[in-house]
Design a protein around this ligand. Sequence first.
Ligand code: NAD
Ligand code: ZN
Ligand code: ZN
Length: 379
Amino acid sequence: MKAVVFNGAFDVAVREVPRPRLEKPSDAVIRVTTANICGSDLHPYEGRAPLDEGMVLGHENMGVVEETGDAVERIAVGDRVSVPFNIACGTCRNCDAGWTNACLRANPSGRPTAGYGYPMMGPYWGGQADHLRVPWADFNLLTLPPGTDHEADFAMLSDIFPTGFHGAELAGVGAGDTVAVFGAGPVGLMAAHSAMIRGAARVFVVDKEPDRLALARRYGATPVDFSTADPTEVIMDATGGFGVDRGIEAVGYQAHDHTGQEHPEMVLDKLIEVVRSTGRIGVVGVYNPEDPGAATEGAKKGRIGFDYGSVFDKNIAMGHGQCPVKRYNRQLRDMIMHDRANPGMIVSHELPLDEAPRAYDQFDKRVDGWTKVLLHPAA
Ligand SMILES: NC(=O)c1ccc[n+]([C@@H]2O[C@H](COP(=O)([O-])OP(=O)(O)OC[C@H]3O[C@@H](n4cnc5c(N)ncnc54)[C@H](O)[C@@H]3O)[C@@H](O)[C@H]2O)c1
Ligand SMILES: [Zn+2]
Ligand SMILES: [Zn+2]
């Protein structure tokens, strides 16, 4: 089959690789109809997260079931399915408690997390390919209505829509809240959309990319361009000096100033400034325990010095981590089906697999107009 293969930093290629097959009775193999490129894929792409050469990329996958193992009962050949980016066994202590992002069994390295085509998430190939093997298919797969309706919306269910929603959940966003989202990449836009769905009164979205800020406005948020103004001043002025109730971090460890210089603590510090005392912050942007390419010595070892003193002083609660996609994807699927959510609005490009190398390059450079890329292997 054809697949997008990681060759090294800034080097991905579309190559012929062996087609995945059923390895265990609980597996399914799907024919991939859509696989997205994610901001998280840019971490290995930029050489900022260790990935083995030859790995097939892609953790935002959907498609049609082609084959099922003998132990698969709920999922049938021909089902249209969304594949959560987390691979979870369904029966370990963490899965049992709903933390499918922290499965204790799926990653052979023993690290409590597993996923497709991703650094340190196990040996599982990704879905930027014609076919994908899905372990524990009954537990992991979400069924979708047959056909091709809402393909771009449903494609957001494997990661970024649930992840944005998780950011809003961690921040406790509820009816009438004011919210500041930092980052207007796909995850930040989904967080803003989720905050609106949950009844927020006002949502600020901070970034510097005009195309992304324009999408934030289309979701009903107030865009704040940090390259022309200090977001703290803008948000404090707009809230009468009070600050926002909720903050969502959707940038991660490569947070930078408007010149591009990285400051890994920068967005956390800004959120602590703009969130009111007793407010909450949800962090879904990724921070790593090790980052050899980090801007500071401490950050190379995951030590990111943000203003914890003010977190304590202001009684701000913080939550963080990877999204347990299964906790939200069924509900978000149903909102899409009943026109209560339109996550696909951020999609800028729908391309055949062969275009993946160019798409990685353009998305990585945040070239204007490249807000979210969908790859269609069969195209
Ligand atoms: N927790 C999870 O389960 C999960 C899932 C998916 C993605 N992620 C992570 O979420 C983060 C965002 O993902 P994405 O796909 O939107 O990535 P992205 O890189 O496309 O978007 C990040 C955005 O942050 C902006 N930014 C940079 N510095 C900023 C600053 N100082 N203030 C405000 N904005 C700033 C950039 O301009 C960019 O638009 C990444 O770290 C990604 O790995 C986490
Ligand atoms: Zn992703
Ligand atoms: Zn498990």
